[in-house]
Design a protein around this ligand. Structure first.
Ligand SMILES: [Zn+2]
Length: 492
């Protein structure tokens, strides 16, 4: 067990005199959140110590594992259990094990509620803190009803399901991880190699032949996506699962990008479901291979050969291809462009006149999404984009001050021979805005994106939102990168 590190989920906030009232209240809430986290940790450690006294080594370890991984430079999003209700102790459990199980459930339930209560108070003041507290609540108690509703779930036949899933299940469909949504009665024949095509059964090879051209490909529908592919039904379904994962995390992290404060407050009140699927699905095309991708898209994009995925805002479609060059990071990058562009009214070319760096920066940041055990994580000191940013600034001393960087429009950056270096800086600055001082700039970042995508930004926008002149932010960024470097070197 590593030594207790408090900043871990929530981070420490520097508090300054003379901040506006909301900032002061955010500091108060941040300190309460840290105290709450510490209390939770203490309660778990006490229970673990009791387990050790009883000779229950496995239970002691399990108790400490409940806290989950922590890192001030990463966000951890738990993979939530589908089954509702905590599993009981094994039937042949000893009296001590039964007692341990009951005490652990009590601690988790109590702290889940405490984190949720704090989240509700934080939601008007600092939505990003409210989100982290909601994550802490659901980690502590995955069966907390009100928190489950924040994450879009309701209870259905002993499982946590989204409204969309409940609708499908009620109409007699099931989700199969190979074939996607199917009428229950079809599954057996699918497993036998038959496919339902234009109202009749044909064999899978015939189905694949008919779908070889992307114009007649498979259409895989998921909750928020419609995926057209001519690779295979199974590959379309797998891509859909990845996109839905990204979507779920994106919509929590950037909720204030598309929802009003009033909507978010209502959502956290426990009274409302999150918005349904009223918005049109995002369209994605997944080609069988690179050749098909190049051939189909060359007319729209003459230099398509150098890309391994692309979002075309004019088509409102993201395009990818299967094969050796396929890469999850590119999928998350382009799909992030799509989510920002399509989830609210947006100008056709955000960042065209300036502030283009953040359009790329946020997509580069979302590339870091990855699975680790029972968690998904974003960020991290080992992310290659952040690493490149540190090398450019700290070793090469390459840096374009924000006062100039924010003036660069899309064309300025995309035609600059130093484009790769500019992208590295954009990625580094985005990590900074998300993790600096425990996340004090995270809500400003979301507002910044909101203004850029609605075309209401100027080169001064970011400084106004952070309430600091650019040279000061440049200095903080340099300090942040130096700190991350030290942190990594120390191997903590
Ligand atoms: Zn991009």
């Amino acid at each position: 067990m590593p030594p207790v590190r408090l900043i871990l989920i929530l981070g420490l906030t520097a508090f300054a005199c003379g901040r506006p009232a909301a900032a002061v209240r955010a500091d108060v809430l941040q300190r309460e959140a840290e105290a709450q986290l510490q209390q939770y940790r203490t309660d778990l450690e006490e229970l673990a110590a009791w387990c050790t006294e009883q000779g229950l080594a496995t239970e002691a370890r399990h108790t400490l594992d409940v806290l989950g991984p922590t890192d001030p430079y990463r966000l951890f999003i738990p993979e939530l259990p589908r089954a509702a209700g905590p599993a009981g102790p094994p039937e042949d459990a000893s009296r001590e094990v039964t007692q341990w199980h009951r005490r652990l459930q009590q601690i988790r339930a109590r702290h889940g509620t405490a984190f949720y209560d704090l989240a509700r108070r934080a939601v008007r003041v600092r939505p990003s803190l409210a989100y982290e507290l909601a994550l802490a609540a659901i980690r502590a108690n995955p069966d907390h009803e009100a928190v489950r509703r924040i994450f879009g779930y309701q209870k259905y036949l002993g499982e946590w399901r989204t409204a969309y899933e409940v609708g499908h299940l009620r109409s007699g469909r099931l989700w199969d991880e190979r074939f996607g949504w199917l009428p229950k009665g079809h599954l057996h024949r699918y497993e036998q190699g038959m496919r339902w095509h234009d109202g009749r059964w044909i064999d899978a090879e015939e189905d694949a032949r008919r779908r070889a051209d992307i114009r007649n490909g498979w259409d895989v529908e998921t909750e928020h996506y419609l995926i057209r592919t001519n690779h295979s039904l199974e590959a379309g379904v797998q891509l859909g699962e990845k996109l839905e994962r990204l979507y779920a995390i994106w919509q929590q992290l950037f909720i204030r990008f598309y929802a009003s404060q009033a909507d978010v407050v209502t959502l956290f009140s426990g009274r409302a479901q999150r918005r349904g699927t009223a918005t049109p699905r995002h369209h994605v095309v997944y080609f069988r291979d690179r050749d098909d991708y190049n051939r189909s898209l060359r007319a729209a994009m003459p230099n398509i050969d150098v890309s391994i995925g692309v979002y075309m805002p004019g088509m409102r479609r993201a395009y990818f291809f299967a094969g050796d060059d396929y890469d999850d990071r590119t999928l998350y990058h382009e799909a992030t462009h799509q989510l920002f562009q399509e989830s609210r009214r947006a100008v056709p070319l955000p960042g065209n006149r300036g502030n283009f760096w953040i359009v790329e920066g946020i997509a580069l940041f979302m590339e870091s999404l990855r699975r680790e055990g029972d968690y998904w994580s974003l960020g991290g000191l080992d992310d290659p984009r952040l690493h490149a940013a540190r090398v450019r600034l700290l070793r090469d001393d390459f840096y374009i001050p924000l006062a100039d960087f924010t003036r660069l429009g899309m064309e300025d950056i995309q035609t600059d021979p130093r484009i790769a270096t500019l992208y590295s800086q954009a990625a580094g600055l985005t990590h900074f805005l998300i993790f600096y001082e425990g996340g004090i700039y995270r809500d400003a970042l979301v507002q910044y994106l909101s203004l850029v995508y609605s075309g209401r930004d100027t080169p001064q926008t970011l400084a106004d939102l952070l309430d600091a002149p650019y040279p000061e932010i440049d200095r903080q960024y340099r300090q942040f990168l130096a700190e991350t470097f030290e942190h990594e070197k120390a191997g903590r």
